[in-house]
Each structure stands twice: as C-alpha cells, then as structure tokens.
Design a protein around this ligand. Structure first.
Ligand SMILES: Cc1cc2nc3c(=O)[nH]c(=O)nc-3n(C[C@H](O)[C@H](O)[C@H](O)COP(=O)(O)O)c2cc1C
Length: 334
C-alpha cells in the first residue's frame, strides 16, 4: 500500500508517464490486466494554460480509467501553478511534476531535468503548485542527476520537495546525460530514500518481479514505477504483484493469447483516437507485443509497410510460430 494524502493505493506498482505511449487505449488494456494507477503522458503547463486542443486530446479519459495522475512539465512557476489548478479542477487524482525529461526541446528553456541544477527555481515551482492545489497529492519525478552521477542532485531537490509539502518523490536512477543508456543506479535511489520521510518510488529497468524485489532491497524504496517494461507487456503488473507478495512468478500470456490482446488494443486505439491516428500510432504498439518472439523482425517490417488498419489486423492473424516453438522465458527469472 502507498498512502499519498487523499489517495491510497493498494499496490506498490505505479505505471510511469510515457509520452506517445501511455494513452487511453494503453491504460485500458493495462487496467484490464491488473494495473491500479497510471499517468497520462506529460502535459506542457504552457499549452495547458493556453488550452490548446492537442493538450485536451492528451487528457482524454473515461470513468473506468481511475485512479489517474497527470504530469506537468514547464519552467515557469506561475504557469506551473495555474496548470496544476486546472488539472485538479479536471478531477485528476494526483499531480506530478516532471524534473526528468531529457529532450532538448524541454531542457533548453529550463524544464524537465534542467531543474535538477536549479534548486531555487525548483522550490518556486513546488511552492506555486502547492499553493494552488487543494486536496490531491502533488509529487515530483526526477532523474538522479543532470551530469552528476552521485545522486546528490536528486537528494538536494527531493529534500526541497519534502520541505515544500510534496507527498512523494520518484527517482529514475539515470542522469540526464545518460538518456536511456547504461543501467539504472538503484543505489542512488537509496540515497534519496535515506534522506526523506515522505515515500520514495524507485524507477528504472524494472522489467520483472525479480527486478522489483531487487530494486526495493537495494534502495529501500516504498514503491516501484514501471516504464518500458509494460510496453506490449500488460502481464507485468501481476508478475510483479506476485513477486512482491511472495507468490510464484506469473507467466506472460502465450503467443496466441497475446494476439487477442493486441487486436483488442488496436480496437481500443481506433475507438479512442479515431482511424487516422490509430493507424499512425499502432504500428509501434503492435510490434511491442512480439519483441521476444522468433520472426518479430520480419513481422515488424511488414507492419511498418501496412497501408491500412485492415492490413495490420490481417498481419496479426497471419503471424504464426513454427510448431513446437517454446515460449520465451522473459519475466520469469526471480
Ligand atoms: C517513449 C518514452 C516516453 C517517456 N515519457 C515520459 C514522460 O512523459 N514523463 C516522464 O516523467 N518520463 C517519461 N519517460 C521516462 C519513463 O517514465 C521512465 O522514467 C524511464 O523509461 C525509466 O523507466 P523504465 O526503465 O522502467 O523504462 C519516457 C520514457 C520513454 C521510453
């Protein structure tokens, strides 16, 4: 269980925000497989305050898509405060602040992981948001550092977050400079945990129940956040939940069952995004489901060439494994 102000989560597993990935169709599939809490993709505070159409499209949800967090990115304290107020008014259950995004478009003006080197600005943002948000928890998600690999930058910002009244901190154990390369440093997450009283969620390279157990043992963190490990793999939630409760590892679905889920995911994408966007977004999504299987490279090439949603469906139906092919054993190691 994780208690964050007005929000009590039964599970210690949180689905991370991922731009271009954690859309409504993804979340509905994940929830059908046991995920409890998820985030939208990150939302630009500037665009939210200007009420752009695209931002409201990113916030699409339905009643069953709860509890749900929204994440704000930006570098102006006043705009971040106004954005947070809008998000609370829209009914999100938690508001997170993005201090981790490494992409130049966000970092150059001073947002995302650039905030790790700006403790005064970070404090202003926390303060502006806490002043505006009345009941829901406010959290921050950060990398362990910008260039500095020690984890000290994250400790410094996390302490400020705690002082300003935030409810939890998530730490991705990589620096901005690392991007997504190398491995996540779970000991740095432990440094942040040791310095704080509020809950710390550990993030980075958790791809199985075994990984979640190791991350919690190494860092002492209160919960785990999963990112890429859930792409095409909604079975990860039960796999990790089982490991945390001392049960045997839950196996991911076999090839044929997986095909049914990907077809359902595609239908949900069409329902929630419309045919044109679903066609553009789903090529990547379909391939995620089969990464570990023989023939996945050829399958990916054909899906990428597909000229219509109809053709994509046909390709999924027509993908077969040679008789006797064993199921891949990813996620099973504890
Ligand atoms: C395609 C993609 C988009 C992402 N978008 C966001 C985002 O919007 N906000 C955020 O805080 N992190 C974002 N992340 C980072 C992930 O939430 C997570 O911190 C990172 O992938 C490490 O966790 P993992 O090893 O479990 O994937 C993104 C990552 C990827 C791969």
């Amino acid at each position: 269980m994780i208690k964050l102000k007005s929000l009590t989560l039964k599970s210690k597993i949180i689905q991370s925000p991922m731009a271009g990935c954690t859309d409504l169709a993804f979340r509905l599939i994940a929830r059908a497989h046991g995920m409890e809490f998820a985030f939208l993709e990150m939302i630009s505070a500037d665009a939210l305050v200007r009420k752009t159409y695209k931002t409201f499209e990113l916030m699409k949800s339905v009643e069953s898509d709860r509890p749900l967090g929204a994440q704000l990115v930006g570098c102006n304290a006043q705009t971040m405060g106004e954005g947070a107020e809008i998000l609370e008014g829209l009914g999100f259950d938690l508001i997170d602040i993005n201090f981790g995004c490494p992409v130049p478009k966000i970092v150059s003006p001073g947002g995302g992981s650039a905030m790790l080197r700006e403790p005064d600005k970070a404090r202003d943002i926390f303060r502006a948001i806490i002043r505006k948000v009345k009941t829901v928890p406010v959290t921050v998600k950060m990398r362990k550092g910008y260039n500095d690999t020690s984890g000290d930058e994250a400790v410094r910002i996390a302490k400020i977050a705690e002082e300003e009244g935030l409810s939890a901190v998530t730490v991705h154990g990589r620096t901005r400079a690392q991007g997504y390369s190398g491995t996540a440093d779970w000991e740095a997450i432990g440094k942040v945990k040791a310095a704080l009283k509020i809950p710390v969620i550990g993030n980075g390279d958790v791809n199985s129940g075994g990984d979640a157990l190791k991350l919690m043992a190494v860092s002492g963190c209160d919960g785990v956040m999963i990112g890429r490990g859930a792409l095409g793999n909604p079975w990860i939630y039960k796999n990790i939940e089982g490991a945390l409760n001392g049960a045997a590892a839950e196996k991911p679905a076999n090839f044929e069952a997986r095909k049914k889920v990907v077809l359902r995911h595609l239908e949900l994408a069409i329902q929630t995004e419309g045919e044109r966007l679903a066609y553009l977004k789903s090529k990547r999504m379909i391939c995620w489901y089969f990464t570990h299987y023989p023939g996945s490279h050829e399958f990916r090439a054909s899906v990428n060439r597909a000229g219509s949603l109809h053709e994509m469906r046909d390709l999924i139906h027509a993908y077969h494994l040679p008789p006797g092919t064993p199921e891949p054993d990813f996620m099973l190691a504890q």
